[in-house]
Write a protein that binds this ligand. Structure first.
Ligand code: G
Ligand code: G
Ligand code: MN
Ligand code: NA
Length: 254
């Protein structure tokens, strides 16, 4: 209850932060970009992760204004890195279902790109497979509008939803992110290995890049690379970092 009140204030009080988790060209670099992950620096409770407050934000509709802030802030940071010479880095932003279906999304993206003068192709919007397949025709319509701006679309948590392959083929996405549930216990000769191979084959057929998330061990890193995942993300390679910690990491890997 109190948390809801605090959340109303959080944005105005400047308590929201974006952390950035690096994504690497498989197997170990260079850094190709980052996923922006929302954090809330709560005055009493400390740094909160989205699982604590996103459900509240969704329920109250606050996710729309928070989500708009996220898009703008990610573009602002992208501009900073761009001016520092990191002109190839992209940033991926997660969209919640409500935000994805909201009519103002396209305008928000246009405005953020133009305010910060970001080449559109450096911004990726992640929607989960479940969100994308809720109303597939509508998703195709929304993603078409967005990708016509030049931004990229990525299907997040892939493998946990119920994709119609017919729709997946028509969706103007450029990337699939394999859910980390399939990576967690990945080993040769396991069902998960077969599933990852199948997703990679599907992605190749549809001309999509494949990102594996949740990479925590060198064995997963090697195996995912051998299975054909182009991009790797996970604690082994890099944890989500505050923006000011990112350049050190990037120098190390380039
Ligand atoms: O690191 P992590 O705890 O950040 O993220 C937990 C969950 O919250 C993930 O499912 C992630 O996609 C989601 N998430 C993180 N940042 C955002 C955001 O800015 N917007 C939305 N809608 N979801 C986010
Ligand atoms: O749902 P989405 O894929 O957007 O969520 C990303 C979430 O995964 C964030 O909570 C992020 O902190 C978390 N994450 C990123 N890398 C790893 C990892 O290697 N292991 C685990 N367990 N979680 C990770
Ligand atoms: Mn994501
Ligand atoms: Na995911």
């Amino acid at each position: 209850r109190q948390l809801i009140n605090d959340l109303w204030m959080a944005q105005d009080n400047g308590e929201l932060r974006l952390f950035y988790q690096p994504k690497f060209r498989a197997p170990d670099g260079p850094v190709v970009g980052f996923e922006a992950l929302l954090r809330w620096q709560h005055p009493q409770r400390g740094l909160l992760t989205p699982d604590v407050f996103l459900p509240l934000a969704e329920k109250t509709g606050l996710i729309i204004s928070i989500g708009n802030w996220v898009i703008n802030e990610a573009c602002r940071q992208l501009r900073v890195w761009h001016l520092q010479g990191n002109t190839r880095w992209s940033v991926a932003v997660n969209l919640s279902a409500l935000q994805f279906e909201q009519t103002g999304l396209v305008e928000t993206v246009i405005k953020a790109l133009s305010t910060h003068q970001i080449p559109a192709e450096l911004l990726t919007l992640e929607v989960t497979e479940t969100t994308a397949m809720r109303d597939p025709d509508e998703s195709i319509r929304i993603l078409t509008q967005l990708t016509e701006l030049g931004v990229k679309a990525s299907i997040d948590d892939f493998g946990t939803g119920y994709s119609s392959l017919l729709y997946l083929k028509r969706l103007p996405a450029s990337e699939l992110k394999i859910d980390r549930a399939f990576v967690k216990e990945l080993q040769e000769q396991t069902e998960d290995a077969t599933i990852v191979s199948a997703i990679v084959a599907l992605a190749q057929t549809l001309n999509l890049k494949v990102v594996a998330e949740g990479v925590e061990t060198p064995e997963q890193q090697q195996f995912l690379t051998s299975l054909g995942c182009n991009t790797l993300q996970g604690y082994l390679l890099g944890r989500p970092l505050a923006a000011d910690k990112v350049p050190e990491l990037a120098d190390f890997f380039t």
